[in-house]
Every structure is written in structure tokens, then in C-alpha cells.
Design a protein around this ligand. Structure first.
Ligand code: PMP
Ligand code: GLN
Length: 392
């Protein structure tokens, strides 16, 4: 019998759904509206800055916290956009994507056996980080809003708190639902976190991708939250650079010190030349980002309208790359059991890949007929996808 390698704490995890669906799309030649990544480049000058950095000798280890130029640019962006101050010297940490900021935050600040609350559906990296830390996750479902979008249910979070709870992980704007949480709900959540003296990991990688004139409000801006929040963001989604894996964590110095402690042993540092390019973008590319976000909003509108016309219930999405639809009507008169099965069939049968939402849930039942489409693609690709989806 083959030996059963692998540690218990990672037993529940297989290949990520994003890898599975992207491989399926590649295999079948389907349009990949599964994994969220753009199919065009970021600002040309930013790309040139990365080449320039390589050509001018910025090719050795960066300082552990990241190059100072980038930390300063991150702090400037945070203050310019949201009026929140961080000291580049000791309150900003550059990481290998938001993913490393997430895992280092959990590894550096959560003890084995402690409870960490995640909002369901959750991004997969949170639960893996919690498992690696030997902590226990407690999933709290988002509540559906009157408009059919979702928001954080602060009362449900309050009920889920145990004496062992040390951290709440929130993600706003939210992947996979595309929701932007209502400010009143965030204010309630902030009260709960303050009352129970919890740490908060706030994943804001979609901070710039908010539509219809709405502006993102960082978790750290709510009363009592700055000092307990580790904010995570990344260049991936703001500058169409998911392959650069350049992200950051922001928090008061004693918290960042602990994140750094874990991070220095996972990667030590991220790549150096991209840090120069991202620093440039943070200072100079706001206009480019506005244009990119307008394009995303147009894609959201086009895809949502077409999906509605094709008979899907489309949930409103106020931000991110994603829109969620219900496939109840398709499941009702078929042998297909749920969204996962449907998404496995889609690339081959319909030429489009999507992601089932239920895989991000401890209680999958309410999400079984919901699937996510990512629309960060060129308009012509969205058009092609739409013509294929109409055939369903
Ligand atoms: N958090 C969320 C909610 C995401 O959707 C993603 C994927 N981009 C990440 C974190 C990871 O970001 P990065 O690619 O910068 O590691
Ligand atoms: N964040 C991307 C998504 O939600 C995927 C990133 C990844 O594959 N880890 O689709």
C-alpha cells in the first residue's frame, strides 16, 4: 500500500479550485472566467520601471521590510486615498503578494488552539493559513441584503465568539461575491471587535475596484480599529500584475513586528525590481487605475445583462472582479447535483470556465446553486463568453 505522506493539518486541502479550473480551461480551450486575473497589462511606464530596475542593478535581496521607496509610496497612497497614516519605517511591510501577508499575519499572531473567525464564503488562503497555524476556524455566513448582495452579519460574528477567539478575518470588497459591505454593518462589526478586544485581518486587495462612484472605506478607519487591524493589500488587482506577487501589510509597529517575524522565514523578502515599479505606480498611476476600473464596470454591466437575459438570477456586484449567479433553474431539470459539478462540466460543454461558490464554505448548502464569473478580461473576450453562455 502506498505510504500516506502529508501532515494532518493540511489533509482537508487538495489542489485549489483556481488551479483546477484554470487547468480545465487551458485543456479545453475554454474562455477562463474562473480564476480572477486580467488578460491585459498594467501601465506601460510601470512595466518599463521594472525593466529599468533590473537593468540598473536592483537584483539582490531587498531589506526585510521591503525597499523604503515602496514603503513610503504605500504610506502616501493610504493617506491620499483614505486619510489613514502609517509610518513607512515600522508600520508597513512588503510581502510576496497579499497571500504571504495573510499567512504571515496568522502565523505571527495566532496561537495554536485559538479560534479565528472567517466570513463565509471565504477566500481559500485564510483557512489554509489558519490550519497551518494549528488554530481553529469558525465560519460565519454573510447575510444577504435586500438587493440580493451580501454584507457582514455583525450579530452572527458576536454569537460566534468564544473565549479562545483571537482574530477575525474580513475581506471587503469581497471575493467571491463582489459585495461591498454596508458601512453600518462594518461599524457594528467594529464595535464587536473592540468589545471583545480581537485582532482583525482586513484583506483589501480589491480596495480600488469599486464601482458606481462608491468609495472603499478601510476597516482601520472605523472607531477603535486602527490599532487592532492588520490591513493587507497588493499590486496584483490594482495594476494588473497578479504575476508580480508584490503585496503589503499595514498595522501599528508591535503588530507588524510579529508579521515580519513569520514572514522573514517564509520567503525572507520578495523580488526587488518589482518593488521599484510598484512604488512608481502607487505615486503616478491613479489616472490609469480609474480608466481600468471604468472598463471593469463596463464588463460587469455587459456580463450581468447578458446572464440575466440568458435566464440567470444575477446578484448585484458593487466591486472586485466577480459576479455571482444562481443556477437553480438549470439544476432543477437535470441530473447535475450542484455548482461544483456544473463548473466541472462547463469548460467542455459550454466553452466557459467559472468557479463554484460552495467550495469556499463550511456550510455549502445555501451556496450550492451559486457560481462565480470573473470579468477582468478584454471586452471582446467578455463578448465571446456571452455568446457562449447564451447557449446554456
Ligand atoms: N485575497 C483575496 C480576496 C484575493 O482574491 C486574492 C487573489 N488575488 C488574494 C488575497 C491574493 O493576492 P496576491 O495575488 O497579491 O497574493
Ligand atoms: N484571487 C484569485 C481568484 O479569486 C485567484 C488567485 C489564486 O489562484 N490563488 O480568482
Amino acid at each position: 500500500m502506498a505510504k500516506d505522506y502529508g501532515v494532518k493539518r493540511l489533509k482537508e486541502f487538495g489542489e485549489t479550485i483556481f488551479a483546477t479550473m484554470s487547468a480545465k480551461a487551458a485543456e479545453t480551450g475554454a474562455i477562463n472566467l474562473g480564476q480572477g486575473f486580467p488578460d491585459s497589462d498594467g501601465p506601460a511606464e510601470m512595466l518599463a520601471k521594472a525593466c529599468e530596475a533590473i537593468n540598473s542593478g536592483h537584483n539582490q535581496y531587498a531589506p526585510g521590510r521591503g525597499i523604503l521607496e515602496l514603503r513610503q509610496a504605500i504610506a502616501r497612497q493610504r493617506e491620499r486615498h483614505y486619510g489613514i497614516k502609517y509610518q513607512p519605517e515600522n508600520e508597513v511591510l512588503v510581502t510576496v503578494g497579499a497571500t504571504e501577508a495573510i499567512s504571515a499575519t496568522v502565523l505571527g499572531l495566532v496561537e495554536p488552539g485559538e479560534d479565528v473567525i472567517v466570513l463565509e464564503p471565504y477566500y481559500d488562503a485564510y483557512v489554509a493559513a489558519i490550519a497551518l497555524a494549528g488554530a481553529r476556524r469558525i465560519a460565519v455566513a454573510l447575510k444577504e441584503t435586500a438587493e440580493g448582495s451580501w454584507s457582514v452579519d455583525a450579530e452572527a460574528v458576536r454569537r460566534a465568539i468564544t473565549p479562545q477567539t483571537s482574530m477575525v478575518i474580513i475581506n471587503n470588497p469581497h471575493n467571491p461575491t463582489g459585495s461591498v459591505f454596508a458601512e453600518e454593518d462594518m461599524a457594528e462589526l467594529a464595535k464587536v471587535c473592540v468589545e471583545h478586544d480581537l485582532l482583525v485581518l482586513s484583506d483589501e486587495v480589491y480596495e480600488q475596484l469599486v464601482f458606481d462612484g462608491v468609495k472603499h472605506r478601510p476597516t482601520a478607519s472605523y472607531p477603535g480599529m486602527w490599532e487592532r487591524t492588520i490591513t493587507v493589500s497588493s499590486a496584483a488587482k490594482t495594476y494588473n500584475a497578479t504575476g508580480w506577487k508584490t503585496g503589503w501589510a499595514l498595522a501599528q509597529a508591535p503588530l507588524i513586528d510579529q508579521v515580519l517575524k513569520a514572514k522573514q522565514f517564509t520567503t525572507y523578502v520578495g523580488t526587488t525590481p518589482f518593488q521599484y515599479a510598484v512604488a512608481w505606480a502607487l505615486d503616478h498611476a491613479d489616472e490609469w487605475v480609474r480608466g481600468m476600473v471604468q472598463g471593469l464596470q463596463d464588463n460587469r454591466d455587459a456580463l450581468s445583462a447578458a446572464l440575466k437575459e440568458a435566464g440567470f438570477k444575477v446578484h448585484p456586484a458593487a466591486g472586485t472582479y466577480f459576479v455571482v449567479v444562481d443556477i437553480d433553474h438549470l439544476l432543477a431539470d437535470s441530473e447535475i447535483e450542484d455548482g461544483t459539478e456544473f463548473c466541472m462540466l462547463m469548460p467542455e460543454e459550454y466553452g466557459v470556465a467559472a468557479i463554484p461558490v460552495q467550495v469556499f464554505c463550511d456550510e455549502p448548502a445555501p451556496w450550492k446553486s451559486r457560481i462565480r464569473f470573473a470579468y477582468a478580461k478584454r471586452p471582446e473576450v467578455i463578448e465571446q463568453a456571452v455568446s457562449k453562455l447564451k447557449a446554456i
